[in-house]
Design a binder for this molecule. Structure first.
Ligand code: HEM
Ligand code: HEM
Length: 257
């Protein structure tokens, strides 16, 4: 049974594996993995910034990627979590929704790809950054890049060049079914391959998330986006040259966060 009004395919064993078992396993690893990481490795719960080693590429690559990511996340919340009937009920017809989603989604997607391209190039080509790339980065960067590139490709192939694909009556129905514990594999089983590959790489990304630097997403205060990545603060003036250093106050310390 499907709540979808789009094309519905018959479900076979492979569909059950791909669209029910794999997503639930990935979500379970996501939740349990975070609990494990929080208990085992609070010290390593960070973005592992490398701003001290290189900042020219980072200055452009990081904001482009992150601003694009925040916009894409916003678009996904509306496109996947909010049913089309709700947006229609508040007076947004399908054409208006599609135009805004494709325009903003494309700008955000291009920003994300450009920023991630710069961050990846920086990691691969900068002599000082390459050794800071951990084993988990070697899994994260390709998987993140694949998810983002396939997402952008799906938008361009089906929603710009292809004239429009109504993923809200297929992919979104499947996505919501996972969280309402009423899985609807048939809703995505007939979707175009690019949307299916995008959903699968996203599931795998959620499974590796807790074991990578992506955990920084959950501990970022709002001011984090505007502040320098590393914060130094000296709480007493440096002693003038030739003068005896001032006696250190007991609470004086250098703070690095
Ligand atoms: C709450 C919003 C977020 C904030 C405030 C934030 C902040 C940061 C900061 C300060 C860095 C360190 C910059 C550097 O030295 O590289 C960083 C790195 C990174 N962030 Fe985020 N982030 C956020 C969300 C995200 C999201 C949603 C993703 C991916 C989906 C992401 C992926 C990354 C990656 C891959 C790096 C490493 C870049 C590199 O070193 O090559 N971040 N983030
Ligand atoms: C299971 C989870 C996900 C589902 C079901 C999903 C679904 C979709 C859909 C239906 C589109 C097409 C939107 C359009 O054409 O207007 C899309 C685009 C896109 N997705 Fe996802 N997505 C998921 C997770 C992710 C994740 C984790 C990322 C990146 C970290 C991501 C990045 C993108 C990008 C960059 C685009 C193209 C720009 C845009 O249209 O917003 N997606 N995704």
């Amino acid at each position: 049974m499907s709540a979808s009004s789009g094309p519905v395919a018959a479900v076979n064993g492979a569909d059950l594996l791909l669209w029910v078992a794999v997503p639930y396993i990935c979500l379970a690893v996501f939740v349990v993995g975070h609990v494990w990481r929080y208990r085992k490795d609070q010290f390593g719960w960070t973005s592992h910034t490398s701003q001290l080693l290189e900042r020219r590429w980072l200055r452009w690559g990081s904001p482009l990627f992150h601003l694009g990511a925040l916009a894409v996340i916003g678009g996904h919340v509306v496109g996947l979590a909010v049913p089309a009937s709700w947006t229609r009920a508040v007076g947004i017809d399908e054409h208006a929704y599609h135009t805004v989603a494709v325009t903003l989604g494309s700008v955000a997607g291009i920003a994300m790809v450009t920023g991630l391209g710069m961050l990846s190039a920086r990691r691969l080509l900068t002599r000082r950054i390459r050794p800071t790339t951990s084993g988990s980065d070697k899994l994260l960067f390709p998987l993140l890049s694949a998810t983002v590139l396939i997402g952008v490709a799906a938008t361009f192939v089906h929603n710009i060049a292809g004239g429009g694909y109504d993923y809200r009556s297929t992919v979104s129905v499947w996505f919501r079914g996972l969280f309402t514990l009423q899985p609807q594999p048939e809703a995505i089983a007939g979707a175009p391959l690019l949307f299916q590959l995008h959903a699968l790489t996203a599931c795998l990304l959620f499974a590796v998330w807790p074991f990578t630097r992506l955990v920084h997403v959950w501990s970022a205060p709002v001011g984090y986006l505007r502040r320098p990545y590393l914060v130094y603060r000296r709480q007493e003036p440096a002693p003038a040259y030739g003068r005896r250093p001032a006696r250190r106050r007991p609470d004086a310390r250098k703070v690095i966060r």
